[in-house]
Design a protein. Structure first.
Length: 224
């Protein structure tokens, strides 16, 4: 075999080895960062409006609720139409600290029928689905609470009450805030593997009962 053929064969093997390393690293990265990947994938159903990050897809919101043990809060408004309940929610309730806390406690879903705005086909389909599932139609200014299976728990029609009373009605009692769901970060597969290996190989101290017994003879302690 000529030197040129040998070099070509070696280069081919090195390329296959490098490709295998890249594939294995990519698989490990996805494994250790699955929560991050899933969160980024779900971000396409999120939209920031009125200072709050809302979900726009009911099924995506339900998956998040099931994963984190939360409830889904659907808010149905008609902005830009001089609709008092919707305008009051936008200008009085949404900016309040209490409602921002509710948006962290529940998985917030916004259905905003904006007058004179051409929504994307995907957003329009998502809105139509939510309106149909919960029979919302012209009930603007409504807040609805549902579980992770999509079952409606209660609905509250806003009628100019203070935010604490409104949230009490939504919660079915006193509203108890929960901390925001933490956003997953990116992990390094190599560092995570080393950490896991170290935790498996590090010595574990045995229970106190396994320590050598100490006997006392004539008032003297020994290790026998």
């Amino acid at each position: 075999m000529s030197v040129q053929n040998s070099a070509r064969l070696l280069a081919g093997r090195l390329f296959k080895f490098a490709l295998l390393v890249v594939v294995l690293y990519g698989a490990a990265w996805c494994y250790f960062n699955w929560e991050y990947v899933r969160e980024r994938f779900g971000a396409k159903y999120e939209e920031e409006r009125y200072g709050i990050v809302w979900n726009t897809n009911l099924n995506a919101a339900r998956r998040i609720a099931a994963r984190h043990g939360r409830l889904v809060m659907v808010v149905y408004i008609n902005s830009g139409a001089k609709h008092d309940p919707s305008d009051y929610l936008i200008n009085r309730i949404f900016p309040s600290t209490q409602f921002r806390s509710a948006a962290d406690t529940y998985i917030p879903v916004l259905v905003d029928i904006r007058q004179g705005v051409q929504e994307s086909a995907r957003l329009k389909n998502n809105q139509d689905e939510i309106i149909k599932v919960y029979d919302l139609h012209n009930r603007y200014g409504l807040i609805l609470l549902a579980d992770a299976d999509g079952r409606e728990l209660r609905r509250v029609q806003y009628s100019d009450e203070p935010v604490d009373i409104l949230l009490g009605k939504v919660a079915g009692g006193k509203f108890t805030p929960l901390p925001p769901i933490p956003k997953p970060g990116v992990k390094d597969p190599v560092a995570e593997s080393e950490k896991k290996a170290k935790s498996l190989t590090s010595p574990v101290a045995g229970p106190k009962s396994e320590r050598p017994k100490v006997e006392e003879k004539w008032g003297i302690s020994t290790g026998l």
